[in-house]
Design a protein around this ligand. Structure first.
Ligand code: GLA
Ligand code: GLA
Length: 649
């Protein structure tokens, strides 16, 4: 396991590098990420390379036992390159070519950009391939945009569509081009979706296309690096819940996923937890944190400074969800550039007096001891939630704003499962379901014959499947299905849905069989049971005759349909009922605390993280050893503000 920092030696004078390396080593830093934005210093002019400064930094770091991850610098093409090939710059939706500056100013399909990217990567890889201190590569930095609307992309898109549909007849039919006279009679007529209100099918394919083009460019880099650098890993820094790319596709050829974790503050703890699980789910493998927030950050605003203890809490939260390394962004706050109000482990003054530095020292010491014990420990889960990019992409009204908050709908269930101290796996709908006792699928819009069959096989074999509202309403082209809802899953759920309502923030009353009242919100599928058992009923106005939540026996299993958003207690009680045999029995903990488990060689590590800035009390019902203090704990015990424990037993 590694503890590391993102370092920008090119931002500091040469004399400082030795001081930095020493301070890093003192704090337990074992790894540094370098050079993701350093192209202009590595190739200051066309074909004129200068790796001498990077060699020197790497050797100074080596003198302090610090390993290096190098980055391909393609997220920031230098000015000379843009000046030579202005066509590399992306074109915005309204047809304006962007100027040089900021970063990520390149068109992902541009052939000239491929050429220069390959050239610098080849040079770097050849230069560092025999350097044992360089253990791996990060490709580019945070793929994801901007989307480009240049003529080159338009041609690529037309080709992509031709490959996909074969004939225009096929395309016109799949997109429903009879609508608003959109029929095409030649491939060259097909535009890019630069107008709003275009067509959801067109929009979906454009999203797939952009994702594919990014994957193609990313794979070019991976293959190049692997071909030239056997033995060094290749990864990329993903962005958690970012959803403009199909991350399952993007991650395929990387050795493992890394990601950049900026939770801001503890009000986002469940989203951060979910993001970790989504990242672990991409390759079903533990992951790295390549950028971990160490205190205040700059976005549209400047966020709060972490109080002492909070950086450490978030760090262990990463490990709790399967991180194998945590690398902090950034080593030292920069005194120039757009991120000058962004904290680092060291503040602008560069002294070792910062809160983050002191905390890093503590973490370094702790991880030096416990790292080897928990390294590669796995996360095993009895429950999976489906997380599909296509279901996010079809959930857009007028191709811009999501109609429903996809992660938000997942979090309704997720929170309740975490309250029981149960791990959650995030999977895609085409994954194998057989390992899970319960599978949950909020906003599962897109339904194919194949997926319907998989879900039915899973349930008839004894699985429990829970759908959220708007299940199985669309086909793979983002067109509404003509079937009575929930379409291909009607017999599975034993229900029909002939009417629904967009209730959004309006509160609707839902009554369960015991007379307990819940709040319904967001959307209401008005369910007519056809064999299913009604678990809760609408209890407001004209919705009253309809069911809101149902369950149906199907083969050896059960299928639940939750027709609307419900208040949290509803999910708490459903999850408790379905998953109680997997819940943590030996630790009692309050809402502020999250519990996660990692396992290795028959050992079980329970990560306990307190998200409150106050101390809280937890109860441990039998002898357990805290890996950090080496003390055995039993009974009622205080967890300090932002406190953590890793208990074995
Ligand atoms: C307008 C248009 C119609 C249709 C409706 C939808 O009235 O004329 O074609 O788009 O809006 O509300
Ligand atoms: C992203 C980028 C970094 C930096 C941070 C700031 O994660 O990858 O280069 O801009 O945000 O929070």
């Amino acid at each position: 396991m590694y503890l590391g920092v993102d370092y920008y030696p090119e931002h500091w004078e040469r004399e400082r590098w030795d001081v930095d390396a020493r301070l890093m080593e003192d704090a337990g830093v074992e790894l540094v990420r370098l050079a993701e934005f350093a192209w202009s210093r590595l190739e200051p002019e066309d074909e004129n390379y200068d790796f001498s400064w990077l060699d020197e930094v790497i050797s100074i770091l080596g003198g302090h036992n610090i390993k290096v991850i190098l980055c391909t610098p393609t997220a920031a093409p230098p000015a000379w390159l843009i000046n030579k090939h202005p066509d590399i710059l992306p074109v915005t939706r309204n047809g304006q070519r962007m100027s040089f500056g900021a970063r990520r100013h390149y068109c992902i399909t541009n052939r000239n950009y491929y050429y220069y990217s390959e050239r610098i990567i080849r040079k770097m890889a050849e230069h560092y391939k025999d350097n044992p201190q360089v253990i791996g590569w990060q490709v580019d930095n945070e793929f994801g945009g901007p989307k480009c609307y240049c003529e080159g992309c338009r041609k690529e898109f037309q080709l992509w569509l031709k490959r996909k549909y074969g004939t225009l007849e096929n395309l016109n039919k799949s997109w429903g081009n009879a609508f608003w006279s959109h029929d095409y009679t030649a491939w060259e007529q097909i535009p890019l979706p630069v107008v709003y209100y275009h067509n959801p099918s067109f929009d979906l394919d454009f999203r797939r296309f952009f994702s594919d083009m990014t994957v193609r460019y990313s794979n070019m880099q991976i293959r190049l690096l692997k071909g030239l650098n056997s033995g060094k890993f290749v990864t990329h820094n993903f962005m958690g819940l970012f959803s403009e790319l199909d991350y399952y596709d993007l991650s395929r050829e990387y050795d493992f996923v890394s990601w950049d974790n900026y939770p801001r503050d503890s009000s986002n703890r469940y989203r951060a937890a979910l993001a970790h699980d989504v990242m672990r789910g991409l390759k079903k493998k533990n992951f790295w944190i390549m950028e971990e927030q160490c205190s205040y950050i700059t976005r549209e605003d400047i966020t709060r400074t972490f109080p002492p203890g909070e950086m450490r809490l978030w760090t262990y939260h990463c490990y709790a969800h399967g991180a194998e390394a945590v690398v902090y962004f950034r080593w030292r706050a920069c005194n120039f550039g757009i991120e000058q109000f962004h904290s680092g482990i060291l503040q602008h003054d560069g002294t070792d007096n910062s809160i983050s530095y002191r905390e890093l020292k503590q973490i370094g010491k702790e991880m030096g001891k416990i790292g080897p014990e928990i390294e590669n420990a796995k996360i095993v889960s009895p429950v999976a939630i489906i997380y599909d990019y296509e279901n996010i992409w079809v959930n857009l009204a007028y191709q811009e704003k999501p109609m429903y908050d996809y992660p938000g709908e997942i979090l309704r269930f997720y929170r309740s499962i975490k309250r029981l101290g149960i791990n959650v796996d995030m999977i895609k709908s085409s994954d194998d379901f057989s390992n899970y006792k319960v599978i949950i699928a909020p906003l599962l819009y897109v339904m194919t014959d194949e997926l319907a069959k998989n879900i039915k096989d899973y349930v008839s074999g004894g699985g429990i499947f829970i759908a959220g509202f708007r299940c199985a309403i669309k086909d793979e082209s983002s067109n509404m299905l003509k079937e009575v809802l929930p379409g291909k899953l009607r017999d599975l759920f034993g229900i029909s849905i002939y009417a629904w309502d967009n209730i959004r923030d309006m509160a609707v009353e839902i009554k369960d069989r015991d007379g307990k009242i819940y709040r319904g919100d967001t959307f209401a599928d008005l369910i007519t049971p056809e064999g299913a058992e009604v678990l809760a009923q609408y209890n407001s106005g004209w919705y009253t005759p309809y069911a809101a939540v149902t369950v149906n026996r199907y083969g050896k299993g059960k299928a639940y349909y939750t027709g609307c958003g419900l208040s949290q207690e509803f999910y708490d009680s459903l999850m408790k009922q379905l998953l109680s045999e997997y819940s943590i029995k030996d630790i009692v903990f309050p809402e502020e605390v999250e519990v996660n488990i990692r396992e290795k060689d028959g050992r079980r590590f329970v990560f306990i993280t307190n998200f409150s800035d106050k101390s809280v009390s937890i109860k441990i019902k039998r002898d357990m050893r805290d890996l950090i203090t080496d003390k055995y704990i039993n009974g009622e015990t205080e967890l300090s503000p932002f406190g953590i424990m890793i208990l074995e037993g």
